[in-house]
Design a protein around this ligand. Sequence first.
Ligand code: PAF
Length: 276
Amino acid sequence: MHIIHTVEEFRAVRARLPSLAFVPTMGNLHEGHIALATQAQASSRHVAASIFVNRLQFGPNEDFDRYPRTLADDAGKLEAAGVEFLFAPDERVMYPQPQTYHVEPADAHVSILEGEFRSGHFRGVATVVMKLLNIVQPTHALFGKKDYQQLMVLRNMVREFAMPIEVVPGETVRASDGLALSSRNGYLTASERLEAPRLYDRLQWIRQAVLSGRTDYSALEDEAIRTLREHGWQPEYVRVCRQTDLQRARPGEADPLVVLAAARLGSTRLIDNLEI
Ligand code: PAF
C-alpha cells in the first residue's frame, strides 16, 4: 500500500487510474471500516482510503483532542483489506490556512437529529468531504449507514453539486451482541459495554412494532426513551423517520422508514439506526 501525505502526490497517482473507489475515514479503524474497504473493491479495481481527523466537524466540547490517532495500526489493517492507496494528510495539508469557505447543507437536513445536538457538525463534515473528494477525485465514494444522517447529507451534496461520483452505502457492522461498531465504543467502561446493546435492542423493538402495524410513532419513541432512562442512559432522541430525507414519519404515508437514536451512556455518546 502506498501512503501518500500530499495533494500533489495523490493527484499524480490518481491521473494514472481509470477508476477509483474511496473510503474516507478519521482512522481508529474497526471492522465496519474494513468492511467498507472490502466492499469498495466491487466498485473499482483500485481502492483508496483516507485518514484525517477533521477538526471542523467537532464541537468545542467534543472529543477532537482525545480522538485516538493510530495511523500505523490503521495502515496495517487497510493494507490487509486490499487498499492500494492511503491518503493521510496532516492539518497543514488539509487546512494550510484557516478554512473560510464552507459547504452549508440544507437546513432541513441538518437542523434535526444529530444537528439538534451537534450544531455545525454536518457543515464541517460536508466541507472536509467536498475537499477530500476534490483531491481524491474518486468515481465511487463509500459511507457507512451507521452515520445515516451523514450519508443522507453527503448523498444530497454530491447530487446537488453534480459531482461525478457514485455514493455507495455500506451496511452497519455489529458485535455479536448487536452493538454497532464505532470508534467511540472504546470509551465505554466494562459495565457500560455490557449495557450498550440495549440501544439496538430498543430499535429492533420499534421496528417489530411498526412492522406489526403500529403507527403511533411518538408513543413507541417515548417508550424506548423511558426504558433507556430506567437503565441509566441519557437519551437525546429516538425517532422514526422517512429514509429519504429523515423527516418525521407520519401515519398513512407509504415511504420506507428508519428509526434513529442517540443516547449517552456515562460520558460516551452512542448513535445507531435501523431501517424498517
Ligand atoms: O464518518 C467519518 O469518519 C467522517 O465523518 C468523515 C466522512 C471521514 C469526514 O471526516
